[in-house]
Design a binder for this molecule. Structure first.
Ligand code: B12
Length: 262
């Protein structure tokens, strides 16, 4: 039984909706390596049916270059999803204002906290790392360069892993921020793994800079699998990153020292 809110009564299960609540309608888009004709449209509908859409209606088809067609298909799925089984990375540190972050670094570290950022590999998409690092910031928040107690070295685009290691060593970085936007052939995952391996080789675990990866198509639950300390994804704000760095590099470490001493 489906309630008007699109949830299945009492179970917490939900289904998507398009025209009327709980109707199961979804829209997907994809490209097939076929010239645009009726056969191609039929193939698109067949693919959507095999993906579980029934009925599946091709609502848009457009030739994109020779021998390829882009499709949008609208149709009904019958699947239910259970939000209670979804795994997410919840923020496990307090959000600090720049003033609070500066005060914590000043008191806890007694020197500026050094952050090196870069967009690595052949990736030239710097808008994301700039949104986090540059003073002008993102989403109404100032970037890390605004924080008086942070020294930010933003290396920009297409930085090689050896260059990143060398600069992190030279700057005695406390944290290194790696941005990856292009995901073709899983380049973002390969590049981050290469970075992790290089950092493990260059530093012993106890002194290795905190390694943070970010970009719109990362799955935040993948930090452990990739070997980084944290993954940030779409819509990250500079304040979240600053708060995380202060938490891991200052507050939590001080807490550990205090705890050990007592
Ligand atoms: C602008 C842009 C470009 C510009 C980049 C200019 C620049 N200086 O950055 C130019 C024109 C150069 C460009 C080129 C290309 N692009 Co482009 N580009 C885009 C576009 C339109 C916007 C990206 C962007 O700026 N987003 C805004 C920022 C603020 O968002 P963000 O990057 O997600 O960053 C946020 C978070 O992810 C996070 N974050 C990001 N990095 C980090 C790092 C850390 C440490 C942390 C904590 C957080 C964090 O914080 C940020 C703020 O919230 C996207 C499509 C789109 N709408 O997203 C395509 C897109 C990324 N580009 C794409 C492609 C394919 C290319 C090219 C290969 C095209 C070509 N054939 O030449 C080239 C590649 C060039 C190269 N060598 O990398 C594809 C990538 C597809 C894929 N599967 O990987 C996209 C998705 C477009 C598409 N739909 O096909 N591109």
């Amino acid at each position: 039984m489906t309630t008007t809110a699109g949830t299945t009564a009492g179970t917490g299960l939900v289904r998507p909706y398009g025209d009327t609540t709980g109707d199961g309608m979804v829209q997907v888009s994809f490209t097939l390596p076929l010239p645009h004709d009726k056969v191609a449209e039929g193939a698109a509908a067949q693919l959507a049916q095999k993906m579980g859409m029934d009925p599946a209606l091709v609502v848009h088809a457009k030739a994109v270059g020779e021998g390829f067609t882009f499709f949008v298909v609208y149709g009904r799925v019958h699947h239910l999803v259970d939000p209670s089984t979804v795994e997410v990375v919840e923020r496990d540190y307090p959000l600090l204002t720049p003033k609070e972050a500066n005060a914590a670094v000043k008191e806890g570290l007694r020197r500026r906290l050094v952050v090196v950022g870069a967009c690595i590999g052949t990736d030239a998409h710097t808008v994301g790392i700039d949104a986090i690092c540059n003073i002008k910031g993102f989403a109404g928040e100032k970037g890390l360069e605004y924080y008086r107690e942070l020294k930010v070295v933003n290396l920009g685009a297409q930085v090689s892993v050896p260059e990143l290691v060398a600069r992190a060593q030279e700057e005695a970085a406390d944290a290194v921020l790696v941005s990856q936007v292009v995901t073709q052939r899983d380049a973002h995952l390969h590049n981050v793994r290469e970075t992790v391996a290089a950092f493990r080789e260059a530093w012993p675990d106890e002194t290795r800079p905190l390694l943070v990866a970010g970009g719109p198509r990362f799955d935040e639950t993948m930090a452990g699998e990739l070997g980084v300390d944290r993954v940030f994804s779409r819509g990250t704000t500079p304040g979240e990153v600053a708060s995380f760095l202060v938490h891991r590099l200052v507050t939590a470490r001080r807490g550990a020292t205090v705890g050990q001493a007592s």
